[in-house]
Design a protein around this ligand. Sequence first.
Ligand code: NDP
Length: 332
Amino acid sequence: QRQIKLIKRPKGTPTYEDFELVEGPIGEPSAGEILVRTVYISVDPYLRGRMNEGKSYIPPFGLNEVISSGVIGQVVESRSERFAKGDVVLGSLGWQEYSVVKDSSVRKVDQHLAPASAYLSVLGMTGLTAYFGLLDIGKPKEGETVVVSGAAGAVGSTVGQIAKIKGARVVGIAGSDEKVKFLVDELGFDAAINYNTEDVATALREACPNGIDVYFENVGGKIGDAVFPLLNNFARIPVCGAISGYNNAEGDVGPRVQSYLIKTSSLMQGFTVGNYGSRFGEGARELAGWLKEGKLKYEETITEGFDHTIDAFLDLFKGANLGKALVKVAEI
Ligand code: NDP
């Protein structure tokens, strides 16, 4: 079977030379294990951090090891009582066509509720990130203004819609006119800004006449900087991601934010979705409810073929995806 390994720690923006596509053994399941055929692979910005050495909230990938991420797969052979051949499962699995895993390391997904791929996006990690970051830290109230960056991506598009459900005015920041149109026309954002063609500070002042109460930070850098001068008193800033700096070889220095936080008594808090592990059930139920009621939409950008997994990952940093970026490896 084909597998993708990390063979070099990327310096700056990752390139194809940092990865290797190899042939490897499939393996046989022992008692309590299952053989899973990979169907969808989730490619995510946070994987870039795992390619660096050093301490973080999650250990780095080992060199010459198969990369792993969220995967939807189908059981093709079971030596477990918990799974039957044909079951569709979710787990953190390798970038390879088949995986032999312990039955306790994956869970079944309910395809009646939504197609399997949704468990890698709106009903999975990115949906839960949006849900807990926005509601637990951002705490938007009716009539408040919520700004979200990376707005047309997996997390950002869900954040904006949840904020709308909570009755906020929602302004998204994204990288193309197509994305801006999608946010306003399809997802019901009140306004959206193309940071590649507009002056973000000026556009934000226009789009947020009452200031900003919640800034859901997905990208950092200059876009984040433009938000601080517009914060209202007691604003909340869930810091979810800073993708604009993930490929910086050197540390990033921008305007200092302390004085803005002091002047407005604002709260800025970083988080990882893993902090909310004990409440995933609650989040997943609520997201599924909104999905069923038609209040929450989700979009996917699907790259076809295992061979294109690295392309799909590198595309994240070029903004090629609308909604969740996934690789489709096989049919269910
Ligand atoms: P997205 O679906 O949002 O994909 C990444 C997007 O980031 C691209 O489509 C692109 O959109 C944008 N982007 C890329 N480079 C830049 C740049 N230099 N400046 C501004 N925007 C850029 O990914 P996710 O929804 O999975 O993740 C969004 C953020 O949330 C990431 O920062 C990620 O690391 C973080 N995250 C954090 C988690 C946590 O637990 N804290 C969990 C999951 C994600 P565009 O065209 O608009 O530029």
